[in-house]
Design a binder for this molecule. Structure first.
Ligand SMILES: Nc1nc2c(ncn2[C@@H]2O[C@H](COP(=O)(O)OP(=O)(O)OP(=O)(O)O)[C@@H](O)[C@H]2O)c(=O)[nH]1
Ligand SMILES: [Mg+2]
Length: 458
């Protein structure tokens, strides 16, 4: 399967709407063996090749949906047509669109997949199957069928992708609290660090290894009071720590703006709770940063007094003071914590649900006295795969209409000879003649064949 190209300019983009068009199956062939000294060579039309499907695959090393946001139209190739001498058509290649781990795929507003681990795949748009060649229609009653199917159309849909970064630990706090400095200290990540607020504009992810244990840490832009109302950078990035097991709340001993350091705990907790109730349930550790600066110890003492039940650490990401006890505590806590179930895909949606066989049944609408319209998902597929230029295929279609009860239903609605019936966009003229009549001699043969075909279709 070909990989999609990487974009040159890849900013951080955590949502994208993509338009998928899977390939159509190749048409089957209606051909006969013609060879010198081989009279009545029989049907030898091959089947069409399958159309290309489109699937999403979680890949390591990706952390943005920028590539897909920049190229939202993904089209897979069509299958090749079948040929004489029983030659099958070429199958089109499937497309694998790579997405970061933690990508949620929504189709028609429903969560269809949550790709968490590298290699997780979701078949979003299925390519059509190749149409059958006339070899498939040969029976002992009809040894020279002039019927072949057209290829099945591929799925066409629009999917919404949303990235919810997967990390074990989330770093939160006011801007300038030292979140990125701590991430840089405990992992190989190199986020931008500077002495002004809102240095971090996009989430950063780092992997920490401590005493043989490893865990992922996400650093997000700073929060301020009123973030849930859109102040500062808002709470849009909080979704990236929604799935974390543990929250490290960093407190700058100098405070931020008019908020004092002690008060910051209440403010940030309020913002987290306002964003999602699950945030309030998460296990938290309060960390007083910049221990090398004079007010840190005092703030640490005040917080210890006020939040007696909480675990509080005093660290300096610059000098390294308090980092080891903090990491020890984290690795002791993590095994006992569960990832919250925020996104649920077990509501019937999913790859299987998306590719259920087309619903049978149809709707008849009387447009006026002599015009009728018939619509149905299964009928759309049957019509798309019927080669209307072949008289035998047309006859087979009429038999299918009879078998699925369309004839009866139309008669009940009051259709008369000469009326126009539009079935899935194709226009037919109603005639009262029995479709079995032209083949009176082989009546049983046709009935048998049509029943078989209809069963296979179901
Ligand atoms: N002295 C001292 N300075 C620190 C310490 N940790 C961070 N700083 C400084 O604090 C400033 C802000 O640090 P950042 O890590 O960028 O803070 P942040 O929380 O990521 O800030 P935003 O990304 O803007 O939200 C930088 O100038 C750091 O050098 C520390 O332990 N001691
Ligand atoms: Mg930062």
């Amino acid at each position: 399967m070909p990989k999609r190209k990487k974009t040159e300019k890849a900013g951080f983009i955590d949502s994208a709407r993509v338009y998928l068009k899977a390939g159509k199956g190749g048409d089957g062939s209606a051909s006969f063996r013609r060879e010198k000294f081989v009279p009545y060579g029989g049907p030898d039309g091959g089947h069409g090749g399958k159309g290309g499907s489109i699937c999403f695959e979680a890949a390591s090393g990706l952390n943005t949906l920028a590539e897909l946001a920049a190229h939202p139209h993904i089209t897979a190739g069509d299958g090749g047509p079948g040929k004489g001498k029983r030659m099958s058509g070429r199958g089109a290649e499937d497309i694998r669109a790579l997405v970061p781990c933690g990508t949620l795929i929504k189709i028609n507003g429903r969560l269809a997949a949550d790709l968490k681990k590298t290699g997780d795949r979701f078949l979003a748009a299925k390519g059509g199957r190749g149409g059958r060649g006339n070899t498939a229609f040969k029976t002992k009653f009809n040894t020279a069928p002039k019927i072949s199917e057209k290829g099945e159309p591929g799925d066409e849909l629009c999917a919404d992708l949303e990235l919810s970064v997967l990390a074990d630990i989330g770093l939160v706090g006011f801007p300038n609290a030292g979140k990125s400095t701590l991430l840089a200290r405990i992992s190989a990540a190199r986020p931008k660090i500077a002495a002004y607020p809102f240095t971090t504009l996009n989430p950063n992810l780092g992997i920490t290894c401590h005493k043989g244990e490893s865990f992922a840490v996400a650093d997000i832009p700073g929060l301020i009071e009123g973030a849930h109302k859109g102040k500062g950078l808002g709470v849009t990035f909080l979704k990236h720590i929604l799935r974390t097991k543990l929250i490290l709340h960093l407190v700058d001993p100098m405070g931020f703006g008019r908020s004092g350091p002690v008060d910051s705990v209440r403010v940030i907790r309020g913002e987290l709770k306002n964003f999602h109730p699950e945030m309030a349930k998460k296990r938290r550790i309060i960390i007083v940063t910049k221990a090398d600066l004079p007010p840190a110890k005092e703030v640490y003492g005040q917080l210890k007094k006020k939040y007696k039940k909480d675990v509080i650490f005093l660290i300096s990401a610059v000098t390294g003071v308090g980092i080891t006890p903090l990491l020890d505590k984290i690795i002791a806590l993590l095994p006992g914590l569960k990832e919250p179930e925020i996104y649920k895909t077990d509501d019937g949606a999913g790859p299987k649900a998306l590719h259920k066989p087309a619903r049978r049944g149809f709707n008849i609408t009387k447009l006026d006295d002599s015009n009728y319209r018939v619509a149905g998902v299964a009928l759309d597929k049957i019509l798309a795969m019927t080669n209307l230029s072949q008289p035998d295929s047309l006859h087979r279609l009429k038999r299918i209409f009879q078998l699925i009860g369309l004839d009866k239903a139309l008669k009940k609605t009051g259709v008369t000879a000469g009326d126009t019936v539009t079935v899935s966009g194709k226009v037919f003229e109603w005639s009262d003649e029995d479709s079995r009549q032209p083949h009176k001699k082989s009546k049983f043969a046709y009935k048998y064949k049509a029943v078989q075909t209809a069963r296979r279709r179901r």
